[in-house]
Design a protein around this ligand. Structure first.
Ligand code: OGA
Ligand code: NI
Length: 369
């Protein structure tokens, strides 16, 4: 698509960007609200810098990589084979999909139903949950980094902090309460199993990562990406890696999720009934870079809405005392520690202060080599 000077005049000095962000934010109805108003052009706060769009053109379609799909059927007998496949995927791409993970289709359907039910509520009802401060455990917002990013993205999110302190179901909107509680329980079980496989893949006892509290806390992010009238000018989610131990993502059949691999953007194609799994920054740090937390993003599309549900395993309410660093068994003479020890508090403070800018959140914690 040709980018016209008019639509990309997004230099903050040429308009009061902050003011426009504020006005949009204060509608408390997100991009769904814009999309419902039937607009034909996206507001300029959403437009990506033209140089970035141009840079992207050379970076897609040239790799044959297929994101691995790992079958978790019959794990009791296939355990060693699954460990092997998980190791390969986590080390090489940092992303894989799992099938036969044990979550029934009806629960997956219920999870999508919950996403749709919440995001399609009347805007006055959703507005009651709209809270950028994040002081509550259930929040609705459009872009957690709206005021920090170079451009806003075409995505609304319902964020639910489920554990370690159990969420009171009463805090959830009634239309999606039961489905969210149920999916939370099921996805945690899958996460626990995956952490066992990942522990063994690192040559550790299966309960190692579990004992490090990697599955003790999780949040669910119910994303909603409405159809976008000018998809080539913005993004659904900008490049980022995830600020957690592990992410399990349920995506519908629309597509648009891509991972950055060998200098190319590679599609993570929707596979019916599958869960997408990716290594987060904290596991990359703990594994001393054996596992990769890779950049990924979601393209916006002129079809939709696209629904996805991300489960972030991390300890949001961790007392700032617990330290995480490269696992000592993985620090060897010829492979010294690549990171210093950090608290999750300091990591998250850094992550939130920088927004989704495509720079690894681990960068400040890397030791000089
Ligand atoms: C995320 C994410 C991808 C998607 O929530 O971190 O990368 O498909 N989501 O929504
Ligand atoms: Ni992500």
């Amino acid at each position: 698509m040709e980018v016209t000077a008019d639509s990309t005049d997004i230099t903050p000095s040429t308009y009061n960007r902050y003011q426009e962000l504020r006005e949009f934010d204060e509608t408390k109805s997100g991009v769904k609200g814009l999309s419902d108003s039937g607009l034909a052009k996206i507001p300029r706060i959403f437009v990506r810098p033209a140089e970035e769009i141009a840079r992207d053109r050379s970076k897609s379609g040239a790799t044959e990589l297929q994101i691995p799909v790992i079958d978790l059927n019959n794990l009791a007998t296939n355990w060693p084979g699954a460990v092997e496949q998980v190791l390969e995927a986590a080390r090489e791409v940092g992303f894989f999909q799992v099938v036969n993970h044990g979550v029934p289709d009806s629960i997956l359907e219920g999870a999508f139903g919950a996403a749709r039910a919440f995001h399609e509520l009347p805007k006055e009802v959703k507005a009651e949950y709209y809270d950028r401060e994040g002081k509550r455990r259930v929040n609705f917002w459009c872009n957690f980094d709206l005021y920090k990013s170079t451009y806003a993205q075409w995505r609304d999110t319902l964020f639910c902090l489920m554990e370690p302190k159990p969420l009171d179901p009463e805090d959830l909107p009634p239309v999606c309460r039961d489905a969210i509680m149920e999916y939370s329980k099921q996805v945690k079980a899958v996460g626990t199993t995956l952490l066992e496989l990942l522990s063994e893949a690192l040559g550790l006892k299966p309960d190692y990562l579990g004992n490090m509290d990697c599955a003790k806390g999780h949040a669910l992010l119910y994303h909603y990406y409405p159809a976008c009238p000018e998809p080539d000018l913005t993004m659904g989610t900008a490049n980022h890696s995830d600020p957690d131990f592990l992410t399990i993502l349920l995506q519908d059949d629309i597509g648009g999720l891509q991972v950055y691999y060998q200098d190319q953007w590679v599609d993570v194609p929707p596979v019916a009934g599958a869960l997408v799994v990716n290594i987060g920054d904290l596991l990359q740090l703990m594994s001393n870079d054996v596992f990769k937390s890779v950049e990924h993003r979601v393209l916006s599309k002129d079809v939709g809405p696209r629904l996805s549900i991300a489960c972030f395993f991390t300890l949001y309410e961790d007392p700032a005392s617990k330290m995480y660093g490269p696992i000592k068994e993985l620090v060897l003479e010829d492979r010294p520690a690549l990171y210093r020890e950090i608290t999750l508090g300091e990591f998250m403070t850094h992550y939130y202060s920088k927004g989704l800018d495509g720079i690894s959140a681990l960068a400040p914690f890397r030791l000089p080599s």
